[in-house]
Design a protein around this ligand. Structure first.
Ligand SMILES: *[C@@H]1O[C@H](CO)[C@@H](O)[C@H](O)[C@H]1NC(C)=O
Ligand SMILES: *[C@@H]1O[C@H](CO)[C@@H](O)[C@H](O)[C@H]1NC(C)=O
Ligand SMILES: *[C@@H]1O[C@H](CO)[C@@H](O)[C@H](O)[C@H]1NC(C)=O
Ligand SMILES: *[C@@H]1O[C@H](CO)[C@@H](O)[C@H](O)[C@H]1NC(C)=O
Ligand SMILES: *[C@@H]1O[C@H](CO)[C@@H](O)[C@H](O)[C@H]1NC(C)=O
Ligand SMILES: *[C@@H]1O[C@H](CO)[C@@H](O)[C@H](O)[C@H]1NC(C)=O
Ligand SMILES: *[C@@H]1O[C@H](CO)[C@@H](O)[C@H](O)[C@H]1NC(C)=O
Length: 558
């Protein structure tokens, strides 16, 4: 334990700092090929730290990755940012990574403070629970897209957003068929950022793993599907959560193999997390290796994990503790050591921007037996089309609670199994990232998917009121069209359409057009239980699988 500082004293310092009139705007960072450069064409390296308090983690066999179910938005707490800035400055970081933010809160104080201090942000767009792409029953749907675009809308006005991550450790080695959903998210978020004139990079943070899985995923996310050397479906910034260097190690022993595996990678790559705790104390000598000539032509720095306390089954990753009244920061020996090592880092200013070359995007490889992801991506979620379908459905989900997340999953299970036994199918709402077949409603909000399933069941059972009850969760719509399927046909003209998403409807008004939308739904939703098109016998109630994490799976190379 080392120093303690009072927030009030810090506040004075910060205010004095802000009062200096000629504060230069933070330099814009630009990507050239696989490297980053600042406005004076110097190489930009991410010398970062993870900056988010850990949410609640309910340990259970359903939650093998220890993923949190709540979050605290660190960029909405101005006084906490002021409290922490001097410590971030002591570490000499130029970037913080933040895992979950709340787009409806005000972030001006923190973002402006960090901008004036020359600190960039990497912002993950996912939220715990239903706010992320669910690896066990994935969909790329309007509710997640809206959450992502709402966050971009809240942050694109700041000059210190380096990147938005579309996912963290979503794809794992035994669930590679979820990758098309992540790539679709990258495609649509890239188009959205371009439409807003934002230069923020599109990122993804990958779990480490066996090199064939890891490399296949990295290449899949950065390749061009059309074979035109185009960037339209590629990420700009590949993050590897890398905990390979433990204790007193060396470049050769810990990083050489991974570095050579990425020698020819085409987009910017960095360590989106590093800092192994299994051989304490942490020496942080890997920071020297990471920015050295052994690694600097492959990697653009990394993010040390973690400023705030963050606990996993392996132990404690945090480097400071915060007093219970939230005013005081106490640093640890771990913090001091990182400060020392980061202080020794020199950025190697090469290759030069002029020799970095243009970006290139290799054609995507065919799937393999160990990397199952199809090269056919899910369509862009189409809110207007989904709302059009919903308004014409004969039986609609009318939740009696605003917290309908949990029941949507179980009702989808029930609905699909009932539909199957009535001769119907849930294929229209499902999708399969391995075959590249996506149902017509696969991009719709889970509540609309549920209403669709209820309606088909209702139709197959003589449109009797009881067939729309679902224990009081369904309501007959007297203004319905001929059938759910007919509504889908007329509302969804092109089920595989890819287009630039527009801004989400402002919160509070669900969707202007859908007068039939149940007023209580409020966008409430749950993860679909339907994993595979037509897979009518193995529907599992995975209604709340969490895919976002502050402390994702810590993969240790053997
Ligand atoms: C770009 O980075 C270099 C090296 O870190 C630094 O000296 C220079 O001031 C930076 N340029 C701007 C415009 O911030
Ligand atoms: C965001 O903050 C608002 C206002 O405090 C709150 O009502 C809402 O639940 C928060 N959203 C999330 C996803 O935490
Ligand atoms: C993948 O592996 C994890 C961890 O071993 C396991 O919990 C999960 O059930 C597996 N998933 C599948 C689809 O096999
Ligand atoms: C919503 O319901 C789920 C499941 O019953 C529960 O775990 C969760 O805490 C509830 N959330 C809120 C905000 O009430
Ligand atoms: C269920 O699966 C069987 C066999 O795969 C198939 O013949 C049937 O059409 C499916 N039913 C539904 C409702 O998907
Ligand atoms: C709605 O469905 C849920 C989940 O199946 C069930 O627990 C509940 O009793 C149903 N009825 C109402 C009115 O919520
Ligand atoms: C998650 O569920 C909550 C509560 O039901 C809802 O308010 C929110 O809109 C949902 N988020 C997404 C992305 O579906």
């Amino acid at each position: 334990m080392f120093s303690a500082a009072r927030a009030s004293a810090l506040l004075t310092l910060v205010t004095a700092f802000l009062a200096v009139p000629s504060v230069h705007a933070i330099s814009k960072i630009t990507r050239s090929g696989r490297y980053l450069y600042n406005e004076t064409s110097n190489r930009f390296y991410i010398k970062g730290i993870a900056y988010q308090e850990q949410g609640a983690v309910v340990a259970s066999t359903d939650n093998p990755f220890g993923e949190p179910s709540t979050f605290i938005d660190p960029l909405a707490l101005g006084s906490a940012c002021q409290r922490d800035l001097p410590f971030l400055q002591q570490l000499g970081v130029n970037t913080i990574r933040v895992y979950s933010v709340n787009s409806s809160l005000n972030h001006d104080a923190c973002m402006n403070l960090f901008s004036q201090a020359g600190i960039y942000t990497i912002i993950d767009l996912a939220l715990p629970l239903n706010g992320s792409i669910d690896r066990t029953s994935p969909s790329w749907s309007t509710n997640i897209l809206d959450q992502y675009t709402n966050t971009i809308d809240a942050f694109s006005k700041y000059d210190n957003v380096l990147a938005f991550n579309v996912g963290n450790e979503v794809v794992v080695s035994n669930a590679t068929q979820v990758a098309p959903y992540v790539k679709a998210a990258a495609r649509d978020i890239r188009a959205y950022l371009t439409s807003k004139g934002s230069s923020a990079l599109v990122g993804y943070a990958a779990i480490n793993g066996a090199s064939d899985f890891r490399g296949s995923l990295a290449n899949y996310l950065s390749c061009d599907l059309a074979g035109n050397n185009a960037d339209t479906t590629a990420i700009d910034l590949y993050g590897l959560n890398d905990y390979e260097w433990c204790g007193d190690s060396t470049f050769q022993a810990s990083y050489a193999a991974t570095t050579s595996a990425f020698a020819n990678y085409n987009v910017v790559a960095y360590f989106s997390e590093f800092g192994c705790i299994t051989s304490p104390p942490r020496l942080w000598t890997e920071a020297i290796a990471l920015f050295s000539s052994d690694m600097n032509t492959v990697w653009s720095g990394g993010v040390a994990f973690s400023y705030f306390p963050a606990e996993s089954v392996q132990g404690q990753f945090g480097m400071v503790t915060i007093s219970t009244d939230a005013t005081t920061v106490t640093t640890s020996a771990d913090f001091d050591k990182l400060k020392t090592e980061y202080g020794l880092v020199n950025f190697i200013d090469s290759p030069s921007q002029s020799s970095a070359g243009a970006a290139s995007y290799p054609s995507c490889a065919a799937p393999t037996s160990s990397f199952l992801a199809s090269n056919t991506l899910p369509p862009t979620p189409n809110e207007a089309a989904c709302n059009c379908v919903e308004s014409a459905l004969g039986c609609r989900f009318t939740p009696t609670t605003s917290n309908s997340t949990a029941i949507v999953g179980s009702l989808l299970d029930t609905g699909c199994s009932l539909l199957g036994s009535s001769g119907g199918s849930c294929a229209d709402i499902g999708g399969d990232g391995q075959t590249g077949v996506y149902g017509r409603l696969s991009g719709c909000d889970p509540t609309i998917k549920l209403s669709f399933v209820m309606s088909e069941y209702y139709e197959l059972n003589g449109k009797t009121a009881t067939a729309c009850s679902f224990s009081g969760n369904g309501t007959v719509n007297s203004a319905a069209g001929a059938s759910a399927s007919a509504a889908a046909s007329s509302c969804i003209a092109n089920p595989s359409a890819v287009f630039t998403p527009s801004a989400a409807p402002t919160s509070g008004s669900n969707s202007g057009t859908s007068s039939g939308k149940p007023s209580t739904s409020g966008g409430a939703s749950g993860s679909s239980a339907v994993a595979l098109v037509g897979d009518n016998h193995t529907l599992v109630g995975m209604s709340l699988m969490v895919v976002v994490s502050v402390l994702g799976a810590i993969f240790t190379m053997v």
